[in-house]
Design a protein around this ligand. Structure first.
Ligand code: 6R9
Length: 670
């Protein structure tokens, strides 16, 4: 990757923090980087000390690659830190969760109320035989009870495995069996785009496929029966599933009558807090494990510094708790800080494309954390939607999940943030547990499209093919622009403790490419200011006539054109060049395809990057194949462009998108 074209990403706009933001920021002194780099363990220890521990640790970090232990010997409970310590002090009446259902129903739950709810639920789980060391599958819509269930598990020392409610019965079955879960907590259904997602019926299907470890299914009534009026709306037709007496239990039959007294289990810092399965593009999902003390320390610290989280903030993270972002920045990080989180059940375009902005306006959200895929959809829909809402409450914007193209960043900054709000582009993974690379909004001047700097205490290096490295430890260093593999060279508290029951795969996937370093699988470029530019998964990087070109850079050049909302770029086999560039492009609202557009776009890319990056083919499309968490699946686009049968499509949000795309692509070629 050393040959990555040097002209790419010549982004020279910079946005320093405003004086006003800086003055009030939780972190506004750049010395934090030096202090943390000089003594990372001491830095992390200072954060761990801000949590409530039942017993102190004797060793801060014990690292034997690929495994690290943090705060060894310490005893702690995550639910205690996310609820009790706030409920038992001045935050008892402070809203912990402000929730909005898709049909428009809304609830506010204070920390005091949450303590009771979670304690009752924890006692109910105990009555079903769940205890310390057990595992529980959670398959629920984004309702407050989803957060309660995660925290109730944590309270009694059972690990949760949240399975996103859009996953199939097979996915739920596979994950439930791998983790050997005792109980599945679900709901009758959840709302998505005006329809009911039949969760309980899918659990029934998973049970029919065979989940022998499961003894009970606890079912929250969310959607109601067909025709029944809930949330002021009659429930539409959906598959309710069937009821198995003895196995299936309604939440309302056993939870409300439980005692609110349920002491928190004293957990070892290194006890399992949760497993979260990541599908990746191939192979069986990996059960990524996280333990208690380190994970909580990482999410606590990053929430406070990256989001500049304050007591009066309303933190709106739009991720579902089925993804790590929902774990770390809806539940554990903000709640360990005693913050108020805003939680939304449904789709951003239900009932209309201004739903997020209406929610921001209504609940006066101050922080918005969302994904580039959503931002590009908003760009495509047009500014009339956000412009119709008062979003003056917002003071900080965050992005996560994919590289954010500079133009999408600018759109977010200008249209949503009105130029007032710092934008933090945060790079991290399920495996890293918490944010690894991001600006600190009161310190770091941002550049559109760059995730900027490693978080204090995190050691990032850019390795070449051979493993020689460029160290990135602070904002003041000058570096030669270079591209390579993103690796993390020192342990950090929230790092995964491995793949559940598969140590060999853990070693091979992350720790075999380079010695004693964690290889994240992403390509990255370092500019002369020491800023990091994420290039996407290394598997996606193209080799065109002997030059490595990142799909992300060509995509960004396309999105830079006024008519383009979103682009996905792939390398297609080419006799002469090795690979030729093919692009799939979605147009912005109000822009039509016309006979010269494709040529114009090709020229635009050649002009922005260089003739070498000029796409051979550009295909205008209405949609792109994406995973359920919104990441573009370029592997399938390669299949389309090369006329192959489509590979595994099970992780797609909507498999019809790619088959329709394939048909259109093939008919356009003939
Ligand atoms: C948090 C999350 C991890 C992969 C990661 C990378 C991509 C996430 C990014 C980003 C560029 C960012 N990714 N954030 N790429 N810039 N700010 O998304 O976890 O679902 O495990 O995905 O997502 O490729 O390796 P996860």
């Amino acid at each position: 990757m050393s040959e990555t074209i040097q002209t790419l990403l010549q982004e020279n706009r910079t946005f320093p923090p405003s004086e006003a933001f800086k003055a009030q920021a939780n972190a506004n002194d750049a010395k934090i980087y030096e202090t943390a780099a000089a003594d990372p363990e001491g830095f992390w220890e200072s954060w761990a000390r801000q949590l409530d521990w039942f017993e102190p640790w004797h060793t801060v970090c014990d690292f034997k690659p690929p495994y690290a232990q943090w705060f060894v010997g310490g005893k702690i409970n995550a639910a205690y830190n996310c609820i009790d310590r706030h409920a038992n002090s001045t935050r008892s009446d402070k809203p912990a969760i402000i929730w909005e259902g898709e049909p428009g129903d809304s609830r506010t739950i204070t920390y005091g109320e949450m303590l009771d709810e979670v304690s009752r639920l924890a006692n109910a789980l105990k009555s079903l035989g769940v205890g310390k060391g057990d595992r529980v599958s959670i398959y629920m819509p984004m309702v407050p009870e989803l957060a309660f269930t995660m925290l109730a598990c944590a309270r009694i020392g059972a690990a949760h495995s949240v399975v996103f409610g859009g996953f199939s019965a097979e996915s739920l079955e596979e994950r439930t069996n791998d983790a050997q879960c005792k109980v599945i907590v679900t709901a009758d259904g959840g709302w998505r785009r005006g329809h009911i997602v039949p969760l309980k019926a899918t659990v029934d299907e998973a049970m029919d496929l065979g989940c022998p470890s499961v003894t009970n299914i606890l079912v929250l009534k969310r959607s109601g029966q067909e025709g029944e009026i809930t949330n002021g709306l009659p429930t539409p037709k959906y598959n309710e599933g069937s009821w198995v007496e003895g196995r299936d239990i309604w939440w309302h039959d056993i939870v409300p009558q439980q005692s609110t007294d349920c002491p928190c289990e004293s957990m070892d810092s290194e006890d399992l807090l949760f497993i979260l399965y990541t599908s990746g593009s191939t192979g069986k999902p990996k059960g990524i494990t996280h333990t208690t003390g380190g994970y909580l320390t990482g999410t606590f610290a990053t929430s406070k510094l990256v989001f500049d989280l304050k007591d009066n903030d309303i933190h709106f993270c739009t991720a579902d708790c089925g993804w790590v972002t929902g774990h770390s920045y809806v539940v554990y990080g903000p709640m360990a800080n005693g913050a108020t989180v805003l939680m939304y059940e449904g789709a951003p375009d239900a009932p209309d494309k201004d739903r997020f902005w209406r929610i921001v306006e209504k609940h006066k959200a101050t922080i918005l954390y969302t994904a580039p895929t959503a931002i590009r959809a908003f760009m495509k829909w047009g500014i009339q939607y956000p412009d119709g809402c008062d979003m003056s409450s917002l003071r900080l914007l965050g992005s996560v999940g994919e590289p954010i193209n500079p133009e999408a960043w600018m759109w977010y900054h200008e249209v949503i943030g009105k130029g007032r709000c710092p934008v933090v582009d945060t790079w991290w993974q399920t495996e890293t547990g918490s944010i690894m690379i991001s600006a600190l909004p009161g310190i770091t001047p941002t550049k559109p499209g760059s995730a900027t700097q490693p978080f204090p205490g995190i050691s990032v290096s850019v390795y070449s093919e051979s493993g020689s490295s460029v160290e990135v430890t602070g904002p003041d260093q000058l570096h030669k622009a270079t591209g390579g593999f993103l690796v993390l060279t020192k342990p950090w508290p929230s790092m995964t403790r491995g793949i559940f029951n598969d140590p060999a795969r853990f070693q091979k996937t992350y720790w075999s490419r380079f010695e004693n370093a964690y290889f994240a699988g992403d390509g990255v470029k370092l500019d002369e200011d020491g800023y990091l530019w994420l290039l996407g998964r290394v598997d996606d990087i193209m080799l065109v006539a002997g030059h490595n070109i990142s799909t992300m850079e060509v995509e960004s050049a396309l999105v830079d054109h006024p008519s383009v909302a979103e682009a996905a770029v792939i390398g297609k086999t080419h006799e002469v060049k090795g690979q030729a560039i093919a692009a799939f492009v979605i147009l912005r609202h109000g822009h039509e395809n016309h006979p010269t557009l494709v040529d114009e776009l090709k020229k635009h890319v050649a002009h922005k990057i260089g003739a070498l990056a000029r796409p051979d083919d550009i295909f205008i499309s209405a949609e792109l194949p994406k995973t359920r968490s919104g990441k573009i699946m370029r592997r399938l686009l390669r299949d389309v462009a090369e006329g192959r049968a489509l590979g595994d499509t099970t992780t797609l949000a909507d498999p019809n998108v790619v088959s329709a795309l394939k048909d259109k692509y093939e008919s356009s070629e003939s």
